[in-house]
Design a protein around this ligand. Sequence first.
Ligand code: FES
Length: 159
Amino acid sequence: MNDGKQLDRRSFLGLITWFIGGSIGAGYSIPAIAYIVGPAARKEEDQAWLRLGAASKVELGTPTLFKIKVERQTGWITNEKELSVYVLTENGRDFVAMSNICTHLGCRVRWIASQDQFFCPCHNAAFSKNGEVIDGPPPRPLNQYQVKEEDGQLFVLGG
Ligand code: FES
C-alpha cells in the first residue's frame, strides 16, 4: 500500500518533470521552427502595382514593349527577374497590358509591326494585337495584367 503511494508520487513527479521539460522545449522550438519554415511557407509574393513607365511611350494602336526588373522572394531566396509587358491603347486613355509569354509552351512572343501581329518563333504561332490566337497551337490568348495610369505613369498588378 505504501509502495503504491510512492509509485504514485514518482509518477506524479515524472509527469511534472516531463511537463516542465516539454514546456521549455516548446517555448524554444516553436518560434525556431516558425522562423525557419515561415518564409518558405509564405506565398511567393503578395501582388503589388509595378511601375512600367511613361504612358506617353505607347503609340496609338501599336503594342509597345516595357521591360522592368522585379525582385522576388521565394522562401529565403531573393532573386531579380525581368518582366516584359506589351501595352496597347487605341485612344490614349484605355490600356491593355499583355504578357509576352506564349500560352503554348512559354516562349517569348514579339510584335511584328509589318504583319500587325505577335509571332511566337517556337511553333510559328500568331496572335492579334489584342493577344487573341490567330494561328498555331496556343490554347488561349496572351495573358493580361490589370493596368492603370496614374500621373502619366503606367502600372500593372502583380507580375
Ligand atoms: S511556345 Fe509559342 S507556339 Fe509553342
